[in-house]
Design a protein around this ligand. Structure first.
Ligand SMILES: Nc1nc2c(ncn2[C@@H]2O[C@H](COP(=O)(O)OP(=O)(O)OP(=O)(O)O)[C@@H](O)[C@H]2O)c(=O)[nH]1
Ligand SMILES: [Mg+2]
Length: 300
């Protein structure tokens, strides 16, 4: 009898399953990347690349793209939308707005879409990468403040914090989850973050190049990136943000209980993985673990 989805919950993937899944993801990424390179041959991005992963966001993404800044701190901003499969006109809206658009042929999940965005940004000349959502929860006008600590060389990775700023959403359960998971993450990684699950982020590209091979989560990947970057010794800080309700539609990440359980699983699994991986991998070049007190560069 063929296994049902319910039975699948009871069986842990073996190494053959994991290898096959990784190969499938690689194949789909390569297809999308090939299409992208053919659509934009030899393209060179600006020093700041804003990566927006979008899954069925045709109603919301147009307004986000219109609000994207052309420059932050005198540095040109390139917007790159990674359309994560889906069935609506998200890709067409992005293409019509004139931003760089990479389309995955099937839905792989927010984490996998962002990984492809990081790869493209790095390969096409980005020095800094910003991520934000396509659903209108982040204000692109805040990008300059968010990225400033990275440009100034004070941090390698900045996370927008709704708890340091303003949270305009009303879900108290979700708010409690944001605080709880930040506390857990702080306890295991010796950080002092207030909002580790916010997807509005700015990175130095060297950090992304370093952690990319260690990222495996399809969804709920915000914790994975923080734990992995922290375990590699990169410097993380926060800036306040105004966190808006979704412009339209509902979260596709499941109800609060499912979201919470999955988020907790990602924290545990990443912590276990990075602890093992760092036993065999040297510290990140330029990260705090090397004992350097100087930032990599100020790039100003
Ligand atoms: N849910 C979901 N979002 C995806 C996926 N791939 C890309 N995304 C994009 O990821 C961003 C965040 O997704 P949301 O579903 O809003 O999740 P969230 O903002 O973390 O959580 P909420 O607070 O519930 O909105 C949006 O821009 C989505 O379009 C996917 O497979 N699932
Ligand atoms: Mg959202």
């Amino acid at each position: 009898m063929a296994p049902t989805q319910r039975h699948r919950w009871l069986t842990l993937p073996d190494s053959h399953d994991r290898t096959r899944r990784a190969e499938l993801i690689r194949y789909v990424h390569d297809q999308a990347r090939g299409d992208f390179e053919a659509r934009y041959p030899g393209v060179q991005f600006g020093p700041v690349v804003a990566v927006i992963a979008a899954y069925d966001e045709e109603q919301n993404i147009g307004a986000v793209l219109k609000a994207m800044p052309a420059f932050v701190d005198g540095l040109e901003v390139t917007t790159l939308v990674v359309v994560d499969g889906g069935t609506d006109a998200t890709a067409q809206v992005a293409l019509d707005s004139g931003v760089f658009t990479c389309v995955l042929p099937v839905n792989l999940g927010h984490g996998q879409a962002l990984k492809l965005g990081y790869e493209l940004a790095s390969a096409h000349g980005a020095r800094y990468v910003v991520t934000l959502d396509a659903d209108g929860q982040n204000d692109p006008a805040e990008m300059g403040d968010l990225i400033q600590p990275v440009i100034d060389g004070e941090a390698d990775f900045v996370i927008a914090s709704r708890r340091l700023g303003v949270d305009r959403t009303t879900d108290r359960f979700r708010r409690a989850g944001v605080s709880l998971y930040a506390s857990i993450l702080n306890a295991i990684m010796s950080q002092e973050l207030t909002d580790s699950s916010n997807g509005y982020r700015a990175f130095r590209v060297e950090l992304l190049d370093d952690i990319l091979p260690l990222l495996v989560e399809d969804q709920y990947q915000t914790a994975e990136v923080v734990i992995t970057a922290s375990s590699r010794g990169w410097r993380i800080t926060e800036r306040p943000t105004v966190w808006h309700p979704r412009a339209s539609g509902t979260s596709k990440k499941g109800g609060n209980l499912f979201f919470g359980l999955q988020y907790g699983r990602v924290i545990g699994a990443t912590w276990y993985r990075t602890t093992r991986a760092n036993r065999v991998r040297p510290p990140a070049p330029g990260s705090g673990d090397t004992g350097r007190s100087e930032p990599l560069s100020t790039d100003r």
